[in-house]
Design a protein around this ligand. Structure first.
Ligand SMILES: [Cu+2]
Length: 218
């Protein structure tokens, strides 16, 4: 078998190309690592009202530059109905999450949302609807039940896996890398279906942030 010169050249150039591809991948990888090479440090945020009271059930999310934003495929969350109430009252999910609406009551519910973030209507049903609803846009959806006017809840959809709800003392805690991030927040009593945002600059040693909210009366 004879190895012709052109085919040797072709093989060499393929090899060079492969190495160049690897080098580019490595460079991209190294750049990505450099931007997040500093270890995450504890970050705590307390949400309080303008009168100084701790605020629970506030949604807090942090977007890091260059991080993946949508939820992994098949991510599922649940908004249940028990004793003619939605549970939880506020559900936070990552964009792309599918939400199921199981009804654990003996009465039937008719769950809907007219919010632009996600419009849907699950007509009178018992048990668990066959198909979950996928929330593919960030924002806030307000839920209701056509049968029980007092039933109400919110689904808050964020473009980041870093999210939490404030606890009874108003605290949210996360480990975050240093950098220039974006803090997003929302509370039912802010009276808007849009999340608010502000820059969040963090150093390498962790930090505590205070967030004061002007809340409407209950
Ligand atoms: Cu109902």
């Amino acid at each position: 078998m004879q190895l012709s010169i052109p085919s040797t050249r072709a093989r060499l150039s393929r090899e060079r190309c492969r190495r160049a591809r690897l080098a580019r991948t490595f460079a991209a990888c190294a750049a990505a690592l450099a931007s997040h090479s500093a270890p995450a440090a504890p970050w705590a945020l307390q949400v309080r009202s303008s009168t100084g009271q701790p605020v629970s059930d506030a949604v807090v999310a942090v977007e890091l530059n260059g991080e993946p934003r949508g939820a992994a495929p098949q991510t599922i969350a649940q908004m249940a109905q028990r004793q003619r109430q939605f549970q939880p009252f506020v559900l936070v999910i990552q964009t792309g999450t599918a939400v199921s609406f199981p009804n654990f009551d003996t009465v039937r519910h008719h769950v809907y949302s007219f919010s632009p973030t996600k419009t849907f209507d699950i007509k009178l049903y018992s048990g668990t609807p066959a198909r979950p609803e996928v929330f593919d846009k960030p924002g806030v959806a307000t839920l209701g039940c056509n049968i029980h006017d007092r039933m109400s809840a919110h689904i808050v959809v964020v473009d980041t896996p870093l999210f939490a709800k404030s606890d009874a003392a108003g605290w949210v805690r996360m480990d975050l890398p240093p950098g220039q991030h974006r803090l997003l927040y929302w509370h039912p009593r802010l009276g808007s279906l849009t999340l608010r945002s502000q820059p969040l600059r963090l150093g390498p040693d962790g930090a505590t942030t205070e967030l004061l909210l002007e809340l409407a009366a209950d």
